[in-house]
Design a protein around this ligand. Sequence first.
Ligand code: SAM
Length: 225
Amino acid sequence: MFTGNTARNYDSWYETKQGRFIDLVETEAAFDLVTLSPGARILDAGCGTGNFSIKLAEHGYLVTGIDLSSDMLNIARKKCMAKGLKVDLETMNIEHLLLPDNYFDAAFSMAAFEFIADPEPAYRELSRVVKPGGQILIGTINRDSLWGKTYMEEASKNPDSVFKHAYFKNLEELADVDRINLRASRQCLYVPPQAPEEYFDLEHETRLAADHTGGFIICLWQKPY
Ligand SMILES: C[S@@+](CC[C@H](N)C(=O)[O-])C[C@H]1O[C@@H](n2cnc3c(N)ncnc32)[C@H](O)[C@@H]1O
């Protein structure tokens, strides 16, 4: 699904004002939630073209990025090489990680659980490879938001939409994968998709947070000791 032209064109979205803004609010929300020690070993599950893997590696963390799509991973490899960053990038399914138990300090998965029908076994895989006391962070589009509804509508009209293969979740469903070890949850992306371009800034994001539902949801769990 993230192959060929979809993979080649993926990063161009980050170059639009909307794409840059979405990336900024999602990155801030995720990095705000998680607490990582210097040199932590991190798994970026569903890393795509390396957006989060690169940010994590630039912070000095030891990053392994995995993704189903070798086309996305090849782009990630070129970007890491151009930046002189060492990131281990491997083709793998989040639902069947070929990685040892209790190995990472944290597992991140941003914008990939949209494409996973049943989040619970995939979450258990992430938890398995994280050390006791380690963190698992999952961020995904909120089905109950205008963003979720817009993407679902897009998928119903456009046969080439990647969201044809999406299974959107709401915050309750995401949190339900493991209520006991849930430590925090957050919404972001309050500016609605139909907003004029000049609304895509932090001032509007803060103002709209009061009475809008976030388009992106993030949950953080801690694996028990
Ligand atoms: C929307 S992209 C997000 C990429 C990146 N995390 C980011 O934030 O830019 C979703 C990625 O998840 C990957 N993906 C979807 N299902 C997956 C699975 N079961 N295992 C591994 N990767 C998966 C896709 O191949 C794609 O590269």
